[in-house]
Design a protein around this ligand. Structure first.
Ligand code: CNA
Length: 357
């Protein structure tokens, strides 16, 4: 958090540029001021509705689940020293997170829509899941501040490892070794203690040029990424779409907070812009399941059918939350030697196992 912004101003503060501190006023501002330089800054929260856990949400966060892998510190899984000694927990995780298993969310699609409308200056992401690429945001618009799974190298001799072989080996749950020196191969994602990619440092002052800033799905607890929002000039509206208030967002008169579920907040933003139908249509293009596309052409559901759908959705939601509890139970059973030894990572990510398989 930027120290210069540490004193919070109450939400009732009069805005200086916006007509009001709400998303409708932001939409008006975009149109009236011909906004064309939007910077977006995101974290794991924009991918949770795709089924990928974030780091820090209690219970469902990655760290909460990794604790079950018997790591001394869950953060160890991204520690380069630990990786040298034991790369298996990381590759177990990589197996779960590897791109291609998940569908982009409505938030990823919203960023693609900003690009299509010619509004996106740059998208800064801390995520390593490549879902913004999958949503169609061009690579030159994305700064993957913590790297990604897109490429990989030997950690000793630095020789690149072929993409197709990497894909196969991660899929099989094994650990890849360098063909030249036998060293460990690691995807080019940034581990604790490693430098961020050059592209981050080349673009980190870009927010100074922005005419709008959108921050979504991040706790803003990892530096230097966390200080990006404070690089935006005074008088430039900043929109936060997140479960909770983070960093210095909310401290400036033109900050607008959409607190709650990200998908809901993004849809609210799109509606305010008059883009709601376009956004849903674009998102549907990312749907790998043609059956649900066919369903779109089917006659509209009756009230009872809609009610049943809602009950099913809520049941699924409850089961997903309970997944964590059953994971603890399973771990205890494993300790007692009752559980099967080759059930993959279902005991670590029970909610993923339910959702994606
Ligand atoms: P974080 O610290 O876990 O914070 C996530 C934030 O998003 C929190 O404030 C949550 O409250 C919020 N959030 C989560 N889900 C929702 C939701 N559905 N609606 C509203 N708010 C929500 O994650 P950060 O990205 O801030 O931390 C930086 C780490 C996370 C980076 O190094 C990433 O590499 C790393 N990470 C990435 C992924 C991924 O690629 N998808 C997954 C897990 C962790």
């Amino acid at each position: 958090m930027g120290n210069e912004e540490s004193s919070m101003v109450r939400d009732s503060t009069h805005p200086s540029v916006l007509e009001a501190r709400n998303i409708e006023a932001v939409a008006k501002y975009i149109k009236k001021h011909n906004v064309k330089k939007v910077v977006v800054m995101v974290g794991a929260g924009i991918s949770t509705s795709a089924g990928i856990p974030d780091f820090r949400s209690p219970e469902t966060g990655l760290y909460a689940n990794l604790a079950m892998l018997d790591l001394e510190e869950p953060e160890d899984v991204f520690d380069i020293g630990f990786f040298r000694q034991n790369p298996k927990p990381f590759y177990a995780l990589a197996h779960e997170l590897y791109p291609g298993r998940y569908r982009p969310t409505i938030a990823h699609t919203f960023i693609k829509l900003l690009h299509d409308k010619g509004l996106l200056l740059k998208h800064f992401t801390q995520n390593i899941d490549c879902l913004e690429r999958q949503a169609g945001v061009p690579g030159d618009k994305i700064i993957e501040a913590h790297g990604s799974f897109a490429t990989q190298h030997c950690i000793d001799c630095k020789v690149p490892y072929p993409d197709d072989e990497m894909y196969e080996i991660v899929k099989s749950g094994k650990v890849p070794h360098c063909k030249e020196c036998g060293g460990l191969v690691k995807p080019d994602i940034v581990f604790f203690g490693e430098a961020l990619p050059e592209s981050f440092f080349l673009n980190r002052s870009l927010p100074e040029e922005a005419d709008l800033c959108i921050v979504m799905g991040t706790s803003l607890s990892v530096q230097p990424f966390a200080s990006l929002p404070s690089m935006c000039s005074d008088g430039v509206p900043r929109v936060l779409i997140n479960m909770d208030r983070v960093g210095s967002l909310g401290s400036r008169p033109d900050d607008v907070l959409l607190l709650g579920d990200i998908d809901v907040g993004v849809r609210k933003f799109a509606t305010a812009m008059g883009w709601d139908e376009e956004l849903e249509a674009l998102w549907e293009e990312t749907n790998p399941d043609p059956k649900s596309r066919e369903a779109e052409d089917a006659p509209p559901l009756t009230r009872d059918e809609r009610l049943q759908d809602e009950v099913d959705r809520l049941t699924e939601e409850v089961e997903r939350s309970l997944g964590i509890t059953s994971a603890y139970e399973k771990r205890v059973r494993e300790r007692l030697g009752e559980a099967s030894s080759n059930d993959g990572l279902a005991h670590v990510f029970p909610h993923l196992a339910r959702q994606s398989r």
